[in-house]
Design a protein around this ligand. Sequence first.
Ligand SMILES: N[C@@H](CCC(=O)NCCCC(=O)O)C(=O)O
Length: 249
Amino acid sequence: MAPVVLVSPDVRNFQGYDWHAAPATYLEATLSRAGAMPLILPAFGERIDLDAVLDRVDGVLCTGSRSNVHPARYGVVPTAAMEPFDEARDATTLPLIRAAIRRGIPLLCICRGLQELNVALGGSLLSEVQEEEGRMDHRAPDSDLQEARFAIRHPVRVAAGGCLGRILGAEAVDVNSLHRQAIGHLAEGLVVEALAEDGVIEAVSVRDAPGFVLGVQWHPEYWAATDGPSGAIFEAFGAAARARAAARG
Ligand SMILES: N[C@@H](CCC(=O)NCCCC(=O)O)C(=O)O
């Protein structure tokens, strides 16, 4: 029986409704490469009985998003330039991340998800990283083609002896990049698993976590079907979810 993985929700307004949704690329990679059934969790924030939900699943996936974590979540005054926000998503994912880690439920955090992981544990974010001296431009290429926007285009150095290194079996990996924020102050307990050449933190894990926890700033979901390192990340997440499902009985 396939394990079940909760997927974080974005709240979008379309055709006069608010939709709680997630991009199909994450759902497809979860089913096809992790071998788990994705279920989108509504962005009901504090109204969610997290223990009741987490009793019934085997993993949590926090996806990327064009929205930014609200800066008040890490003690920064918001500005219009830091928009768009998705406060319903923040209110859902930040406690979800803390509960999943505490309960040892496998957790994979991608792009915004990595930033949420850092904020959920007390860290902060940098904005407009490309404007900082010595930093690369990590934003998506300006294109109408998703294949161009998600193109794999820069190397990251993988920390020796870490969980990402064990998953990838490599000291470096080429990744895509679609972000203008990044980890600023690294939360207590987070371990750097990969760095870009300009020092941007590209992957983290949680020291002494009771279960699988990996955050990546890039997008392995997009090429999970064809790119070895991308698929390996989802396969490792799926293996952890299957182990959780077996233990749940
Ligand atoms: N908004 C944050 C997080 C970046 C992120 O999750 N990007 C995915 C965007 C997907 C797309 O552009 O289609 C940041 O900018 O750092």
